[in-house]
Design a protein around this ligand. Structure first.
Ligand SMILES: Cc1ncc(COP(=O)(O)O)c(C=O)c1O
Length: 444
């Protein structure tokens, strides 16, 4: 992999940005530095060092439509020609609203924001405003953004009690204990643990929040019993069920994870894929609850850039595409070929591991074969081979495939492909991976 120019730019960047990056996630931890990109097109990234990569990072999930998508680009250009104005809605906003609620009918009303972090912040404020209660229950290992209401127990894993309850551990310094005291943490997929917390904090619970498929801890899927059990607990307790679809949103049919599980959360959050790279997020849910938003209601959810037209035009085009026949057939065909192809290569080279994919996003679990273990974060961590993950990522980078690691932890980082990846791209990628994996056989 050629990195000379990236390295020089990164060194220069250190004078202006902490660690030389505009966001912590820009560093690819497997190779210890960020890649500087010159341009991107379709399924490919082109670096300042003149290298071409087939992209399996997908902008942390925001580039599900690939790069430079012609239809998204045309929509943005049309918006530019109208003055890309701010702080007003347009007929396009309404068109987006109709299309989005057709794609995800469980969302009856919504507000627009700019990032997943903002969307979960708003969801929790709405839940607290609606219920008049304070406590939030979240799951061990789940990530919902970087604010004081939810940034706990994603990067930190304190010991778990026999009842599946975990001490609340902030993932960053700078979070006062008063916020921490309002968040309680239960083991994922352990309904008894969540029920115990509901019993303990009965009468003061505003919401239970979860990621339905936890791409922030690999690709761990909620069991249908767990999702429906949470729905029932929320109904009985009178608190809000918040399904965080910031990553899962739009990635699989029908109607994202809530359609797949057949459940209507009270509140839900979308971001990433819906904007094809433009900053847009959405908090939505049952009309009766969303109507608490001001000015008609009492909970403030607004922002200068909320519903900004460039993002709305882009998002509307994305949702239109997702509603067209064949859209998810393509995702499933590409994913099927990629996941089975990678697993066949692991077997061929005698490497322990498997690929866990759902829609257009997936995780590569090195170290063990049984996907049932993926749902058990603590057990999965014991078996996961970080050394193999790093070897694979660096080998892939050497062979023109961009994979990214966010951390050095024993958890796979989520990867993805876009609607612009073709079956031919997958053939090319598998050929390259064959070489990469052949170089890893001495690791077992
Ligand atoms: C499930 C989930 N929720 C919320 C967020 C926060 O989104 P953002 O990075 O846009 O603030 C993320 C980001 O990765 C996420 O994966």
């Amino acid at each position: 992999m050629k990195l000379e120019k990236s390295k020089a730019l990164w060194e220069e960047g250190k004078q202006y940005m902490p660690s030389g990056v505009s966001a912590g996630g820009r560093v690819n931890v497997a190779c210890g530095m960020p890649h500087y990109i010159d341009h991107a097109h379709g399924a490919r990234l082109y670096t300042v060092d003149g290298e071409e990569f087939i992209d399996y990072h997908g902008g942390s999930g925001a580039s599900m439509f690939g790069h430079d998508h012609p239809r998204v680009k045309a929509a943005i250009e049309e918006c530019l020609s109208r003055g890309f104005f701010m702080n007003y809605d347009s007929e396009k906003t309404l068109e987006f609203a109709k299309n989005f609620t057709t794609l995800v009918p469980t969302v009856e009303k919504f507000r627009l924001l700019n990032s997943g972090t903002e969307a979960t912040m708003a969801a929790i404020r709405i839940a607290r405003g609606y219920t008049g209660k304070n406590i939030i229950i979240k799951m061990d290992g789940h990530f919902h953004g970087m604010h004081e209401m939810v940034w706990y127990n994603h990067g930190k894993y304190p010991p778990m009690g026999p009842d599946g309850i975990v001490e609340t551990a902030p993932d960053s310094n700078g979070i006062p204990a008063v916020f921490t005291s309002l968040v309680k943490v239960a083991e994922f997929n352990n309904l008894d643990a969540v029920a115990k917390l509901v019993e303990m904090y009965h009468g003061d619970i505003a919401a239970i929040i979860l990621e339905p498929v936890v791409f922030n801890m690999g690709a761990a899927e909620a069991s249908p019993e767990f999702v429906h059990g949470i729905r029932k607990l929320c109904d009985e307790e009178g608190c809000c069920m918040i399904m965080d679809e910031v990553i899962t949103g739009m990635r699989f049919r029908p109607g994202s994870a809530q359609g797949y599980y057949g459940v209507q959360p009270d509140l839900t959050t979308f971001a990433k894929a819906i904007g094809a790279g433009m900053s847009i997020s959405l908090v939505g849910g049952k009309a009766e609850i969303m109507d608490i938003c001001s000015p008609g209601g009492t909970v403030g959810v607004s922002g200068t850039y909320s519903g900004n037209q460039l993002a709305v035009w882009a998002a509307n085009e994305c949702v239109k595409m997702a509603l067209e026949p064949g859209f998810y057939d393509h995702i499933e065909a590409v994913g099927g070929k990629l996941f089975t192809g990678m697993e066949a290569l692991m077997k061929k080279h005698g490497l322990p591991g498997h690929v866990h994919g759902k829609g257009a996003r997936f995780a590569i679990y090195w170290g063990y074969d049984d996907p049932a273990i993926d749902q058990d974060l603590r057990k999965s961590q014991q078996l996961f081979r970080r050394d193999m993950a790093n070897a694979f990522i660096n080998g892939a980078l050497d062979n023109g495939l961009y994979f990214h690691s966010y951390w050095d932890a024993p958890i796979p980082s989520h990867c993805g492909f876009s609607v612009q990846h073709t079956l031919e791209d997958i053939d090319i990628s598998l050929e390259k991976m064959d070489k990469v994996m052949a170089g890893m056989t001495s690791m077992v």
